[in-house]
Design a protein around this ligand. Structure first.
Ligand SMILES: NC(=O)c1ccc[n+]([C@@H]2O[C@H](COP(=O)([O-])OP(=O)(O)OC[C@H]3O[C@@H](n4cnc5c(N)ncnc54)[C@H](OP(=O)(O)O)[C@@H]3O)[C@@H](O)[C@H]2O)c1
Length: 202
């Protein structure tokens, strides 16, 4: 398969690339490095990236930012960061990517996270965006099925590799290794399921 991993140089994405490149041709895209440069918040940039990539068998998105702050400090501008980046950035990867997918079993795999299921302090934006991504994937799956395109979402708990950065937010949570998270992406890309939410570590 020819697979594009957007965010493929990141903590999760690099492990997904390592897992999938054992068996497939894997291309990466990121804002500052990778085989293709793309900004998921910029529609023209997404369109240009797909045009350069050509036809694909799978698109995996492992990127998107949100603001972590106490509710009392949040405002609409801060919520819009997560909406424009993690939510609509991933949604637009699907909308603009559909016409580049090869037929029969091609797939999109998006990334959400634990926080809409098991919330933490300062995580209201992450919870909101993750819930929206999970809902989008469930609904999009029933329409993409008519094109024989699959779509799933991977929802990890905090990663072992990110514990130093985020550990204080996640006291009492058992981290999961990125290599284990990568297996959920493998299941999505190399399996046959669609409309699924793959929770990892919770
Ligand atoms: N790490 C965790 O514990 C964890 C747990 C659950 C969910 N998640 C979710 O998983 C996703 C990835 O997390 P991560 O920890 O792997 O992130 P990361 O290590 O910060 O990596 C982010 C990746 O995305 C790329 N990127 C950043 N901004 C971009 C943009 N505007 N357009 C295109 N690419 C962009 C980066 O490339 P450049 O370096 O070139 O900018 C990098 O490859 C996030 O949505 C996060 O919320 C993470």
């Amino acid at each position: 398969m020819k697979i594009l991993v957007i965010g493929g140089t990141g903590t999760i994405g690099s492990r997904v690339v390592n897992e999938l490149k054992k068996r497939h041709s894997v291309l990466t895209a990121g804002r500052s490095q990778g085989d293709f440069i793309v900004d998921i918040e910029n529609e023209k940039s997404i369109v240009d990236m797909y045009a350069k990539c050509g036809k694909l068998d799978a698109v995996v998105v492992t990127t998107g930012k949100v603001v972590f702050e106490p509710l009392q400090n949040m405002n609409l501008e801060k919520y819009l960061v997560g909406i424009h980046s993690k939510l609509l950035g991933q949604v637009n990867m699907v909308l603009k990517g559909v016409s580049y997918m090869n037929s029969a079993g091609a797939s999109f795999t998006l990334t959400s996270g634990i926080l809409n299921h098991d919330p933490i302090l300062q995580g209201s934006s992450a919870a909101m965006v993750n819930g929206a991504i999970d809902g989008f994937v469930r609904a999009a799956a029933i329409e993409l099925a008519s094109k024989s395109i699959r779509i799933n979402v991977v929802s990890p708990t905090v990663l072992t590799e990110s514990a130093a950065a985020y550990g204080d937010f996640f006291r009492g949570y058992k981290p999961v290794d990125a290599a284990e998270v990568a297996l959920a992406y493998s299941k999505s890309v190399e399996g046959a399921q669609t409309g699924q939410l793959y929770r990892v570590g919770f």
